[in-house]
Design a protein around this ligand. Structure first.
Ligand SMILES: Nc1ncnc2c1ncn2[C@@H]1O[C@H](COP(=O)(O)OP(=O)(O)O)[C@@H](O)[C@H]1O
Ligand SMILES: [Mg+2]
Length: 497
């Protein structure tokens, strides 16, 4: 046990977000979902919090939510089964939202576990830890206020006759009670530049680490725009120099990574550096064990609180026997996140069993391609295909969220498309249609735009039919006989369903 762990940790202020950009993008299409849209009686409202229809599935998820809150969901998992585009991912996200602000949501796809570099169970373990949050509370000595002055003072570089260096920086901080001028080390100026802090921002500086955190823009600078990226905060009360309770949310995965690649600095990475000493480049089981032990200690001391989030495994039938066994075990762990699985398969072969048992090539066939012992732990919720009205409502919602205008008849046409192919396909046509409209100099999407996108893009069925009918077929008999042989040897497998 590292010695540093016994003292209070210097908890970082600006933690890196645990989810990479690709994870963000994966849930961007669900940005209209704000919860499950249930009433106080637990019944689904026809349209609320971005959710339309799919009532019984939403109510079932609401019940699971109650179980989670009563701590009766341990060791279990929620399985969402239903066709593509029926809102499985949206439901999982809704559950995560309902659990509260800052509760981690970690989406992954079953096939993500297959990598040549990392073990399958390692990938699963990493995602489990991404879905477990830690909320750390600490009282710190800080200087907080709105910046009224920010002046770096330059000095001649003593090493070379030319360049200049920053000797120190003078910052004036203002609160309701008063103003204080601070003379700070140049290293703090660097982090100020990094966070793009300027006059008019409310910041706080930790007294003992010098970490700088931007709270937001002072609301004296607020503009009249309704929608802005900026967060406005009131002028802090009290003195500039004070003790302040700082709350920080990190995931266990953040801690793992921070310890694996120690970096200097004053963000969450420094927590890490304090937890476990030594330079590591890889997250090992031993490292995780050490972090768990330190985390346990913090929890015991009341400094930190565990926040189990949601791990969402989409296309769960893509996992294999080894992963399912691991899942079974992980679900029983005391620090398991809430696990939601999703699949669009009915009876199928459990991956990784193909050559076991009977020696037949088909392997063990099970519902949803999930072995029975895991299925036993699952509460299964079915999602049903949408009605016309529901599809229209979802499309209307998305047009609003994405900031498009759409003509009523165009909306009808898109709804038709949603019924013919899928809700997702209809939603996907929205963005290209809006680009077509803009190119034509209109700001409203019309029927013509929709018709044009339909010509440009095909849904799966039309595309497959075209291939089957040989619309895209290459000219027969290539001149090169070797190529012809190769083509014959590798027929393209096509799914017929
Ligand atoms: N009931 C619903 N209310 C509002 N939006 C929905 C609903 N169901 C699905 N959506 C939206 O439709 C799109 C496709 O749904 P998705 O959850 O990705 O389906 P699945 O995961 O079942 O394939 C997403 O953008 C989703 O947010
Ligand atoms: Mg999905």
């Amino acid at each position: 046990m590292p010695a540093a762990a016994s003292t209070q940790p210097a908890i970082a202020t600006s933690g890196p977000s645990s989810s990479g950009a690709s994870r963000e993008a994966r849930i961007a299409t669900h940005s209209h979902i704000k919860g499950l849209g249930l009433g106080d009686d637990g019944l689904a409202l026809p349209a609320a919090q971005g959710f339309v229809g799919q009532k019984s599935a939403r109510e079932a998820c609401g019940l699971v939510l109650d179980l989670i809150r009563m701590r009766k969901f341990a060791g279990k998992a929620l399985l969402l089964a239903g066709g593509p585009g029926t809102g499985k991912t949206a439901l999982a996200l809704g559950v995560a939202h309902e659990l509260g602000h800052k509760v981690p949501f970690c989406p992954m796809v079953g096939s993500e576990v297959y990598s040549t570099e990392v073990k399958k169970t390692e990938v699963l373990m990493e995602n489990f830890r991404r879905a477990i949050g830690l909320r750390v509370r600490e009282t710190k000595e800080v200087y907080e206020g709105e910046i009224t002055e920010l002046t770096p003072t330059e000095a001649d570089n003593p090493l070379s006759g030319y360049g200049k260096t920053i000797a120190h920086v003078v910052i004036a901080l203002k609160t309701v009670k008063g103003t204080k001028q601070l003379r700070l080390d140049p290293s703090i100026y660097e982090s100020i530049m990094k966070e793009r802090i300027s006059v008019g921002d409310v910041i706080y500086i930790e007294a003992n680490t010098g970490a700088v955190k931007r709270v937001g823009r002072s609301d004296a600078y607020a503009t009249e725009f309704d929608l802005e990226a900026e967060e406005y905060v009131p002028l802090p009360k009290g003195e500039v120099h004070k003790r302040k309770e700082v709350v920080q949310d990190v995931t266990l995965h953040d801690l793992d990574m921070a310890n694996a690649k120690p970096q200097g600095g004053q963000d969450i990475m420094s927590v890490v550096g304090q937890l476990v000493k030594g330079r590591r480049t890889e997250v090992t089981d031993k490292l995780r064990g050490e972090i768990n032990r330190v985390v346990d200690k913090y929890i015991e001391q009341g400094i930190a609180e565990l926040v189990p989030g949601v791990l969402f495994i989409d296309e769960v039938h893509m996992l294999d026997m080894e992963c399912f066994t691991y899942l079974n075990r992980a679900l029983e762990s005391t620090i398991s996140p809430h696990v939601i699985l999703a699949t669009n398969r009915g009876q199928s072969t459990v991956r990784g069993t193909e050559y076991e048992g009977t020696g037949s090539a088909t392997g063990i066939v099970a519902p949803h391609g999930i072995p029975l012992d895991l299925l036993d732990r699952c509460m299964i919720v079915r999602t049903l295909p949408y009605e016309r009205d529901e599809i229209r409502e979802v499309i209307r919602l998305r047009t609003k969220v994405e900031g498009h205008l759409i003509a009523e008849d165009a909306l009808e046409k898109l709804t038709d498309e949603g019924i013919k192919s899928s809700l997702r396909f209809a939603l996907q046509l929205l963005s290209p249609a809006s680009i077509l409209a803009k190119t034509a100099g209109r700001n409203e999407i019309t029927v013509d735009d929709i018709a044009e996108t339909e010509v440009l893009f095909m849904d799966a069925r039309r595309s497959a039919r075209n291939l089957g009918a040989g619309v895209f077929a290459q000219p027969k008999q290539p001149a090169d006989p070797a190529a012809a042989a190769a083509a014959a040897a590798a027929p393209v497998p096509m799914e017929t369903s």
